[in-house]
Design a protein around this ligand. Structure first.
Ligand code: NAD
Ligand code: WQD
Length: 340
């Protein structure tokens, strides 16, 4: 079976993808510098699957170190998760974001070229659709004007991959544009473990539920949406992870340069998330309505047809599953992987 290198594979989406790849019979090698994760997630991936992962503590920007990984293994394909992803922090520290996110990408492409590895899947984001494209977003729409440096790094990296694939006819690339991944593995052993105060909605909700935060502020209830709060395309991280397995199967069999949305196509509002979480889990989420957050769009959701057409993939898990599994993870791990 093929060997897949997960750059940044100890993180939230990478660890869930590792589980699904191992369950599908792939060999998994992870390289991560633990900038936003810990080796504990990889240990738990091994527990869940009963299979071994080869783990390197490595900064992907370190070309020489990365080259050693490619010499030590016959890598058939790479999934590039490694990146910094906090939108607000990217506004404060744009240079750090451009340096880390762009350099990891260049380093991977250079070392892959040396090692003659020709298949790469990249973690892109719905954020590249920008402010002006109408929802639902389809892959044929142009990249838009991003609202923050994090988003620009994704748009720039997409451009880099497109140019690299154009120049090297043997290089296959799939750019996966994720929408809003939430939830956790059903075991509750792996999940999202944000550092400090969560920026994203679901980890904030689960931290209110577990008593770590007093109250959720819902950012704005005067948007032009059915209940006035923003709508998003929330996708269960296990569905997302299975989408990567399909993308690996596809890229190993086809020469390609594809952009593919990974979303459900179904928008839900912030209020619906809070209501569903309360109902499914039987807990109260103390919340207030506050001002709009700068940069938030009223609505963001996918047209998910292409993923079904090309990869034969669509989501299977519901919003109830997402809320239940997010809470199960948080309850079992009130401090994430810390002190595990
Ligand atoms: P995450 O922070 O949990 O995972 C990213 C991993 O990359 C972490 O383990 C981190 O330690 C590692 N990393 C960062 N810089 C590195 C470097 N220089 N060398 C080695 N490892 C490095 O985030 P995630 O939610 O799992 O996201 C994975 C990818 O998907 C990221 O590229 C992110 O931008 C993208 N993405 C995430 C979302 C989301 O909402 N979670 C949405 C769209 C796209
Ligand atoms: C969701 C909704 C908030 C927190 C971000 C990135 C995007 C992608 C996914 C990586 C919004 C509201 C949130 C809170 C709230 N990441 N909210 N109170 O902003 O859709 O997307 O993560 O690529 O690029 O921008 O996700 O989870 O932050 O917010 O009311 O305390 O929840 O206003 O409507 P977002 P989010």
């Amino acid at each position: 079976m093929a060997t897949v290198l997960l750059a940044g594979g100890a993180g939230y989406i990478g660890s869930h993808t590792a589980v699904e790849l191992l369950n599908a019979g792939y060999e998994v090698v992870i390289a991560d510098n633990f900038a936003n994760s810990s080796p504990e997630s990889v240990r738990r991936v091994e527990q869940i699957t009963g299979k071994k992962v080869t783990l390197y503590e490595l900064d992907i920007k370190d070309r020489a170190g990365l080259s050693e990984v490619f010499h030590a293994h016959q890598i058939d394909a790479v999934i590039h998760f490694a990146g910094l992803k906090a939108v607000g922090e990217s506004v404060e520290k744009p240079i750090m974001y451009y340096r880390n996110n762009i350099d990891t990408t260049l380093s991977l492409l250079e070392v892959m070229q040396e090692a003659d590895v020709k298949k790469i899947i990249f973690s892109s984001s719905a954020t590249v659709y920008g402010e002006t494209n109408p929802v639902p977003y389809t892959e044929t729409m142009p990249r838009g004007v991003c609202t923050n440096p994090y988003g620009w790094t994704k748009a720039m990296m997409e451009q880099i991959f497109e140019d690299a694939a154009r120049a090297d006819q043997a290089l296959s690339v799939i750019l996966l544009r994720y929408f809003n991944p939430i939830g956790a593995h059903a075991s509750g052993r792996i999940g999202e473990d944000p550092q400090g105060i969560p920026n994203n909605l679901m980890p904030y909700v689960t931290q209110v539920a577990v008593g770590k935060r007093a109250c959720l502020t819902i950012y704005g209830n005067d948007y032009p949406t059915p209940d006035g709060t923003c709508t998003r395309d929330y996708i269960h991280v296990v569905d997302l992870a299975k989408g990567h397995v399909k993308a690996i199967q596809y890229i190993l069999q086809n020469h390609c340069m594809e952009i593919i949305n990974l979303g459900t196509g179904q928008p839900y509002s912030v209020t619906e998330i809070v209501d569903t979480f309360e109902k499914v889990n039987g807990v109260k989420i103390n919340h207030v309505y506050g001002a709009r957050r700068a940069g938030d769009l009223p609505a963001c959701y996918a047209n998910a047809d292409k993923a079904l057409e090309i990869l034969g993939w669509k989501t299977e898990l519901s919003l109830e599953d997402m809320c239940r599994d997010a809470w199960n993870w948080q309850k079992q791990n009130p401090n994430g992987y810390q002190n595990a």
